[in-house]
Structures are given as structure tokens and as C-alpha cells.
Design a protein around this ligand. Structure first.
Ligand code: GLU
Length: 426
């Protein structure tokens, strides 16, 4: 049975992903009474760069690929955001993800603007050599935009430390010296940070713990379902299980896996690593994506792609708490349904901000050529995320809105203030 992860277009309830992000922004802007000029300024992306580039394949043929790098807003600092390799990547999606990065960096108070990049490709269909060629040529193509003080890429869906090493090397070869600060999420030996690989999943678990406190729930008593078993989903599953909770369902591209007595996450991670996916994992019942999202559980962590929780399936969700490990997993229609059902939802721009927060630590370490310990990284991460959670709860209460709108209001206020004090050039 294979999981049907619907395309964003099918899931987005008849609007594009970027329109959805602008809608979320407009809703928050309305609630906070944001000035009209500022609304116009912040509802568009400052720079959108599309490249079409050739890659030499192993059989000698040349294939053309399309990629994008978008900077939504760089008012608060250099542009920051991941690079994704996925067949569904398109300019609209990259713009949406770039805008979310602006808000995400502001919510956790790190000095970056928002960016995103991606190439339309299924990397599983490429050899390692072709993947390297694609990465190097794409890096060269977006070279006019990136740089340690301009725009700093990082891993996202289907990219990892190896891809970041190739990006860092390509940029460095062109500069003539090593520039570790040009990307984050690098291998440790190249100036990567302790704790970066786990950071997004770890941050999501911190947010699950913080939300449990608000709801008066004891984390170790909770049953958890995680959609997606990539970096974010697998780490979140592992860490929440280590915190004592019972992970009863997970999914990856091969389908959903359910065991009401609890899944052995460490064994599943080992299995997925050696097998390439969870396909045929024996110690669980096979279920579909829709069945997974509707499982009886307390905490649901969507950690796959955008547009997964929609008007079509939100009613079936039985969790009390949703922690968005992915970017944009919930449509505005589903948001309303969850609000109506009293489901507590920690939004993506807060719940998955652990990754970019530790990317910020990695960038600081690279600029200073000084490495922090894993314990320092994790405790600073916890401090930042708990503080952002408390600020979000306070903002939501003050404006009588959801945590999503509360987080957006905090973020938009900071970005708008930066634009105001800097003024309009010239
Ligand atoms: N791709 C991650 C995200 O969506 C991390 C971005 C970064 O570290 O710059 O937040």
C-alpha cells in the first residue's frame, strides 16, 4: 500500500500555496491593525530568481533542471532558508516557504530575513554523481544571491549535510578560500554545529512539552502520531519516545505504520536507514495516510509536506494537540475546524523553528571560528524556543486569536518595525 501524499495544488482548497500564506498574513495584519503601506510591502517577495540549468548525466546526456531562490524580506538581516529537492517544487511554493521563513526567524528573534530555494527534481532518480553535479551547478547559478552576509542556504526536504558540503565547496572554490558561513547544516568537520541535524525535531518536541504544560497533560502519558519520517519526523518520533510518550503511528513515502502498543522508533530508524524507507517494516499494521491522520492519539505531529490537513480530513483528526513539524501542513479551512473542535495547534513558524535557530548558532560559530558543545547548543535552543512559545501564548491571549495568528502578529510587528525604523530607500 503506498501513501497518497496529495500534491499541494490538490490539497490547498483551490488556492495556491503563496495565496494561502498571504491570506494568513492578511488575517494577522487585520487583527493587529497593520498599516496599509506595510501590508503592501510585506505581502510580496522582494527577490524571486528562477534558473534553468544543464546537468551532465552519467550516460553522457544533458538534462535541463529548473530551480529557484526567493528572498521574501531582508529587513532584519541576511536572507536565510533551506533548499529543497522535490518533483513538486515550483516558484509559488518557494515564495510561500520564503515568506514563512521571514516570520519564523522573527518569532524566535534571530537576526535573519526569510528565503527559500529549490530544484524541481526527484533526487531518488539521480546517482550520487548526478546529485553532486546538480547541486554544484545550482549553487553556481544562484551564486549572485548567496553569501555569508547576504543569503545563507540550509537543508530542507531531500537535502542534507552532504549537499551543504558541495554547496559550501562550490561557493568557496569560486571565492578562492573556504567560506563556512555561506551555508548551515554542514558536516561537523566543515564547521557544522553540534545538534543541527536533530534541531528541528528537538524543537518540535520542546514545543509539544510546552503545550502539554498549558493543557495540563503529562507528556509521558500521551500517544503520538507522526506524519513523515524524514529528518524532522524521525528525530521528533525518537525524542518524544525518549521523553516517555508512546508513538503509535508514523508514516513515510511507503505508507503508514500503526501499533497501538507503541512502535519501536529506534528500530524503525535503523530499518529505514538500511532499507531506504519503511517499506515492509514488520512490527506494525499497514495503514493509509488518511487513516494515519485519523488515528486515536493525543498529539499529532505533521512532519511531511504542506497542505496535508484540509477541510476534507480535519474533522477526522482525534488529537488534542497538533505540533506542526512541517511548513504549512494545515490549510486555513482546517485551522478553523481545529479551532472549532478545541484542538490546540502549535504553528509551523514556531514549532519547526528549532532548525533555523541552530542554523543561526552554526552561522555565528562559523563567523567566529569557534565551536560550541552540544549541551550549549541544546540549552540555548530550549531557552529561545520556550521564550518564543511564552510570547506567542501571550500574543494570542492579548489579541484573542489562535497561536498561529498570535505568532504571526509578533513576527509581523518585528519585521514592520525594522522596515519603519530603517525607512524607505532612497
Ligand atoms: N529548512 C528549514 C526550515 O524550513 C531550516 C532553514 C534554515 O536552517 O535556514 O526551517
Amino acid at each position: 500500500m503506498s501513501i497518497e501524499t496529495k500534491t499541494p495544488a490538490e490539497r490547498m482548497e483551490e488556492r495556491s500555496l503563496f495565496q494561502m500564506v498571504v491570506e494568513q498574513f492578511g488575517d494577522a495584519a487585520e487583527r493587529m491593525g497593520l498599516d496599509e503601506n506595510m501590508r503592501r510591502l510585506l505581502s510580496v517577495c522582494q527577490r524571486q530568481y528562477t534558473v534553468n540549468f544543464p546537468v551532465q548525466m552519467d550516460d553522457g546526456s544533458i538534462r535541463m533542471f529548473e530551480g529557484h531562490r526567493v528572498q521574501h524580506n531582508i529587513g532584519r538581516g541576511p536572507a536565510k532558508g533551506g533548499i529543497r529537492y522535490h518533483p513538486q517544487v515550483n516558484l509559488d511554493e518557494v515564495k510561500a516557504l520564503a515568506m514563512w521563513m521571514t516570520w519564523k526567524c522573527a518569532v524566535v528573534g534571530i537576526p535573519f530575513g526569510g528565503a527559500k530555494g529549490g530544484v524541481t527534481v526527484d533526487p531518488k532518480g539521480l546517482s550520487i554523481h548526478e546529485l553532486e553535479n546538480l547541486t554544484r551547478r545550482f549553487t553556481a547559478e544562484i551564486g549572485v544571491l548567496i553569501g555569508p552576509h547576504k543569503d545563507i542556504p540550509a537543508p530542507d526536504v531531500n537535502t542534507n549535510a552532504q549537499v551543504m558540503a558541495w554547496m559550501m565547496d562550490t561557493y568557496s572554490m569560486q571565492m578562492g578560500y573556504s567560506v563556512p558561513g555561506v551555508v548551515t547544516g554542514k558536516p561537523l568537520n566543515l564547521g557544522g554545529s553540534e545538534g543541527r541535524v536533530e534541531a528541528t525535531g528537538r524543537g518540535a518536541v520542546f514545543m509539544a512539552a510546552a503545550a502539554c504544560k498549558v493543557l495540563g497533560l503529562n507528556l509521558p502519558d500521551q500517544r503520538v502520531v507522526v506524519q513523515g519520517f524524514g529528518n524532522v519526523g524521525s528525530v521528533a518520533s525518537k525524542l518524544i519516545a525518549e521523553a516517555g510518550a508512546t508513538v503509535v503511528g508514523v508514516s513515510d513515502v511507503s505508507g503508514g505504520y500503526y501499533n497501538p502498543k507503541g512502535l519501536d522508533i529506534a528500530a524503525m530508524i535503523r530499518y529505514s536507514r538500511s532499507n531506504g524507507s519503511l517499506e515492509d517494516y514488520p512490527e506494525a499494521q499497514r495503514i493509509s495516510n488518511d487513516e494515519l491522520l485519523a488515528l486515536p492519539c493525543d498529539i499529532l505531529i505533521p512532519a511531511a509536506l504542506e497542505g496535508q490537513l484540509t477541510a476534507a480530513n480535519a474533522d477526522a483528526v482525534r488529537a488534542k494537540l497538533i505540533v506542526e513539524g512541517a511548513n504549512g501542513p494545515t490549510t486555513p479551512e482546517a485551522d478553523k475546524i481545529f479551532e472549532g473542535k478545541g484542538i490546540y495547534l502549535v504553528p509551523d513558524i514556531l514549532a519547526n523553528a528549532g532548525g533555523v535557530t541552530v542554523s543561526y548558532f552554526e552561522w555565528v560559530q562559523a563567523l567566529q571560528a569557534f565551536a560550541w558543545t552540544e549541551q550549549e547548543v541544546n540549552s540555548r535552543l530550549r531557552y529561545i524556543m520556550d521564550k518564543a512559545f511564552a510570547a506567542t501564548v501571550a500574543s494570542a491571549e492579548r489579541h484573542n486569536v489562535s497561536l498561529r495568528t498570535g505568532a504571526l502578529i509578533t513576527a509581523i510587528a518585528l519585521v514592520a518595525d525594522a522596515a519603519t525604523v530603517r525607512g524607505i530607500y532612497p
